[in-house]
Design a protein around this ligand. Sequence first.
Ligand SMILES: *Cc1c(COP(=O)(O)O)cnc(C)c1O
Length: 458
Amino acid sequence: MNASDSIEEILSCVHEQALRYVRAAPDMRVSPGAAELAALDLFEEPLSDTEGDPLVTLRLLDRAGSPATVANTGGRYFGLVTGGTLPVALGANWMATAWDQLGLNAVTSPVTARLEQIAGRWTLDLLDLPSDSGVGFVTGTSMAHFTCLAAARAELLARQGYDLLAKGMRNSPAIRIVTSEDIHVSVLKTLALLGIGMEEVERVAVDDQGRMTTNGMPRLDERTIVICQAGNVNSGSFDPFDQICDAAAAAGAWVHVDGAFGLWAAASPKLRHLTRGMQRADSWTTDTHKWLNTPYDCGMSICRHPAAVSRAMAFQAAYLAIGAQGVTLPITVPEMSRRARGIDVWATLRTLGRSGVARMIEATCQHTRQFAEGLADLGFELMNDVVLNQVVAIPPDNISPATLAARVQATGECWFGTTRWKGREAIRISISSWRTKQSDVERSIVAVKASLRHLSRG
Ligand SMILES: *Cc1c(COP(=O)(O)O)cnc(C)c1O
C-alpha cells in the first residue's frame, strides 16, 4: 500500500479508535492489570525489513496499547498532579499536529506566533500578572524554570556589570539561591542543570503546611534569587508572597514562583486570595498540561523582564534571518524546533472563558474536599488543610500507606500514590481533571474502604 493514498483511511481509523478510547476512559481500569500489561508483548517484534500497512500498525497500537494505558483522561486518576484533556484541547492539538507547524517564530509559522501571543496575553489577564510580561511556551514547568532562572541569573549579574553570557560562570560573581525546605524537586533539578549545586542552595524552614517561614529567611541582596511556590505539591499551600516580595524589593533580589498547578488558583474568585502578592514576583512558571487540562507537553515561562529572557535565550545564525523580513525574531524559550503547543492553550481559554476556567478549578477543589471528608470518615488522619486540590492523609490502624495504595491500585478503581511529608509516610491525592465527578469520588472512597477492611482483617 502506498501510504499517501491512504491518508483518509488512516485518519478515520485513528479518529474512530481515539473516540472509542476517550469515551471508554471513565469506566476503564485506571491502571492496567496483569493481562493488559502482558499484552504489551504483542509489540515485541523484530524491526521489519519491508514496508507495511499503516492501518495494521495503528490497529495494533489500539489493540495492545489502549488497554495498557493509565486512564489519566478518565476521572479517577489522582496521582502526581496530572489533569485530563479537555475535548477542545485535544481537538486543537490534532489540528495543530495536522498543520505540522514549526513553532520557532512568526516566519516559520505566522498562525502559531499569533495564537501563542494571544494565549499568553489571555493567561496574564486571567491570572492578574503584569500585562507587559513575556510568555514562552515550553514542554512543562521544569523547562519553564530553566528558562526563567537562566534569565534571572544573567540579569542579576548584568546589573552587577558582569556579562555572564559572554564570560561564563568560571569567573562569575556568586549568585545566591534562597528557597524553602519544601520546594519542588524540579527546581533543584533545574538548578543542577544550570550548574548550581544542591549544597549551594540556602534552604528556609517551612511551617506545618509547607509554607516558607519569613522569619527564617536569610538576609537577601542584589545577587539573590528567591524561589517560592504557588501550590505545594503535597499540601497545595502557597508561600507568603507579600512578605517575600517586600524583602526582595528592599534588597534588589529576584523572586521566582513555581506555580506548576497553583498559579491557576488566581483564575478563581474563590481561590484568588491564596495567591495574594504573587503578582509582585519577577518570574512565574506553570503547566497547562496539569490543571488547565490540555494535552502534554505544555508549560509556560512568564517573566516581567522579557528582554532578560530574550538575551538569555538568544542565538545568532545568519540562516535564520529568513527571506524579505530579514529579521531574527525574539526567541523566548530554550528550544528551536518545537510543536505549536500554545494552540491547545488558546483553544482552551477561548472556549472556557473566565468563568469556565474558574468553574473547572473550583470543581476539582470541591471534589478534593469531598475526598478528604470521605477519608476522615474512614478514620484517616488528614495532614494538611485542604485549601486546594491536594490531600495528604495517614491511614487508620497503623496500615502502611504504601500497602494500602498498592491494594487500591490493584483494584483498578482509582489510582493514588504515597508521599513522605514532615517525616511521615502518607497517601497523597491530587484532583486536577475536568472529568472527575462526585460519583468518581464516591466510587473511589468505596474502593479505599474495601481495601482498608481487607488489610485490617489480614
Ligand atoms: C509538576 C510540577 C513541577 C514540574 O512540572 P513538569 O511539567 O513536570 O516539568 C514543578 N513544580 C510543581 C509544584 C509541580 O507540581
